[in-house]
Design a protein around this ligand. Structure first.
Ligand SMILES: [Zn+2]
Length: 228
């Protein structure tokens, strides 16, 4: 038998790796599948990822961080930058495993003048030298808005974004403004308006647990937003 072409092997490899990463996220309880879930937007879906639970198992986070670090190992890095508690834990693991031994820092999320902003604490500014090479680390990338805000921050300091490392990419795009995204899982789940939802049609009970949990957290929503 002839061995499969190299490209096929690489694709299969990526597929297998993604399945393993998905299984790891399932074990943390962060990833839910085969359900009928109400999303904060009012749409229905079969899958959901709870950001808060993604980094609860240190050995898993370390392993996943090491995979991201390995991908970016050929590029020298000075800084690993993130925002939000989950991404910060992951970014520590990425930086620890990267051969350049980059420093780790974080921006703080907030809202000012009705706009979402990310600010870099002043103490970090002198650590980002002009021309510094920065890797952005995110737990979940969907719209890419947080990545964009972090990129702006880096560019205002005359530093350079090398790429974006993420656990999960919910967008089909493999880059944000020309910066490549490397993600352990690249998967978007279909969402349905309630009136056309196939699960509603089948009479599957609707799981409202995730929306209820978010509602309970609402007072802190100005600082920590899901639409990243
Ligand atoms: Zn439904």
């Amino acid at each position: 038998m002839t061995p499969p072409a190299r490209k096929d092997a690489a694709l299969m490899d990526a597929d297998v790796r993604e399945k393993i990463h998905l299984e790891i996220l399932k074990r943390t309880g962060a990833y839910h599948a085969n359900d009928h879930i109400l999303l904060p937007s009012g749409q229905h879906t079969t899958e959901y990822i709870e950001k808060t639970l993604v980094t609860t198992e240190p050995s898993f986070t370390e392993g996943l961080g090491a995979v991201i670090a390995k991908h970016f190992a050929p590029w020298p890095l000075d800084v690993v930058l993130s925002t939000g508690p989950g991404a910060l834990i992951l970014s520590h693991c990425v930086a620890r495993a990267h051969p350049s031994r980059p420093t780790v820092m974080y921006g703080t999320k907030g809202v000012s003048g009705g706009k979402r902003r990310v600010t870099l604490p002043a103490e970090f500014h002198r650590l980002v030298r002009p021309g510094a090479k920065v890797l952005i680390v995110e737990d979940l990338v969907s719209s890419g808005q947080t990545v964009r805000l972090l990129t702006q921050l880096v560019e205002e300091l005359d530093a350079q974004v090398i790429g974006i490392g993420a656990l999960w990419r919910r967008t089909k795009r493999s880059e944000v403004d020309g910066k490549p995204i490397f993600s352990l899982v690249s998967r978007d789940f279909p969402t349905y308006a309630p009136e056309v939802c196939p699960l509603c049609k089948k009479g599957v009970p609707l799981n409202q647990e995730f929306v209820k949990r978010r509602e309970a957290r609402r007072p802190s929503l100005a600082q920590e937003h899901e639409a990243s």
